[in-house]
Design a protein around this ligand. Structure first.
Ligand code: UD1
Length: 358
């Protein structure tokens, strides 16, 4: 069986690492993988560095699409993918998550009549204004295999009348976390940036809903700046966010530090040692849960509802105006429940391949 994996953005490289590693197991030698990189993310520290670090095979084709409006970016990807699919003739197309790369590949697979498998199916924010939500709904609707990370995702699909092809397999990001845990060196990550364990806030912001509104962007970053009078706040800064901040004239000061995007292992090191993570990332909310680091989610809602239940994750909508207080409160809370095994057993990738082989 020839599987074509289509990826293009940083979180997809991490997820694809789990499948690529499982493909090395003898049980799955009947599956051959080709990879197309759409080029949605292209800076070395957002793209090729992850292929090396996570030992993902080099892409067979890189479409080098780069930045653009949603229509321009998605259209260019579709055009390139159509040629790639003709050239590679896959038996199945594998997509991940909710980016424009996911959407483009889903549309191309459906129109070419090639079976489609979606990893991280069934997630919903129930806010269609969010570009990722559109991408998820369309990708799920067109997929033959829906690989869900959580029961909530299965329930969401069921509520939309979808149960055929739905598989609850756990989360491939948990596979990658467990596989890499041994090489996480929190101390080295802290030392590199002059930080003390559990005495700093790690943050990440890149969602369009936060970067494309000057009000929300400034509310978030002013809150970080005020927090930095109490303890260090460190932010590996996404290119989208940096350019949005430049355009509103916000520059970090004092103990608020911007660093370039960091490799996966270093991010995990910083995450494991942080007092709190403040983020609008989807993946990092779960990674905080894996790392047993409290998370504050800088959004109005989350697709990862189960992380909210025990209080490990808490929403801090920017409009609340209380971001700094909510982060400090999480930092000072001493009692925390034991995390539960919400995301499978670290073998989600193998489960996916077993389903495909069957
Ligand atoms: C995308 C996804 C989002 C995912 C995120 C992970 C969509 C609609 N959004 O948003 O779901 O959580 O990736 O990071 O697909 N840029 C660079 N260098 C890079 C990559 C991007 O400079 O290597 C800049 C470009 O100026 C670009 C901007 O970042 O215009 C945004 O890039 P985009 O492709 O929209 O992706 P993300 O914002 O990262």
């Amino acid at each position: 069986m020839h599987v074509l994996t289509v990826i293009g953005a940083r979180p997809q490289f991490i997820k694809a690492a789990a499948i690529s590693r499982a493909l090395g197991l003898k049980a799955y030698c009947a599956i051959r993988q080709s990879i197309v990189h759409t080029g949605q993310h292209y800076d070395t520290n957002m793209s090729s560095a992850f292929f090396k670090e996570l030992e993902i095979p080099e892409p067979n084709i890189n479409l080098a699409v780069g930045s653009g409006s949603h229509g321009v970016q998605t259209g260019a990807m579709m055009s390139g993918l159509e040629d790639a699919v003709q050239h590679l003739s896959p038996d199945l197309i594998l997509i991940y998550g909710d980016t424009n790369s996911t959407l483009a590949a889903a549309l191309v697979a459906a129109k070419a009549g090639i079976p489609l498998a979606h990893v991280e199916a069934g997630l919903r924010s129930f806010r269609v204004a969010m570009p990722e939500e559109v991408n998820r709904i369309v990708s799920d609707r067109l997929s033959d295999y829906l690989f869900c990370p959580t029961q909530t995702a299965v329930d969401n699909l069921q509520a939309e009348g979808r149960s055929d092809g739905v598989h609850l397999i756990g989360d491939v990001m948990y596979d990658v976390f467990l596989h890499n845990r041994a090489r996480i060196n929190s101390q080295a990550s802290c030392e590199k940036y002059g930080l003390t364990e559990k005495a700093y806030v790690l943050a990440s912001v890149h969602r369009a809903e936060n970067t494309d509104s000057n009000d929300r962007l400034l509310t978030i970053f002013n809150a970080f700046q005020s927090l930095a009078t109490e303890l260090p706040v460190i932010i590996p800064i996404h290119p989208r966010t940096r350019s949005a901040l430049d355009s509103v004239g916000f520059f970090p000061d004092g103990d608020l530090t911007f660093i370039p995007p960091v490799p996966y292992g270093e991010m995990l090191g910083l995450l494991c040692s942080a007092g709190v993570l403040a983020t609008d990332s989807g993946g990092m909310q779960k990674e905080a849960y894996f790392a047993e680091t409290p998370c504050i989610t800088l959004r109005d809602e989350t697709e990862w509802q189960e992380t909210l239940v025990d209080g490990w994750n808490k929403l801090a909508p920017p409009e609340s105006g209380a971001i700094a207080e909510i982060i400090l409160d999480a930092l000072n809370r001493s009692k925390r429940p034991q995390p539960r095994p919400l995301y499978g057993d670290g073998k989600a990738a193998e489960e996916i391949l077993s389903v495909l082989i069957r």
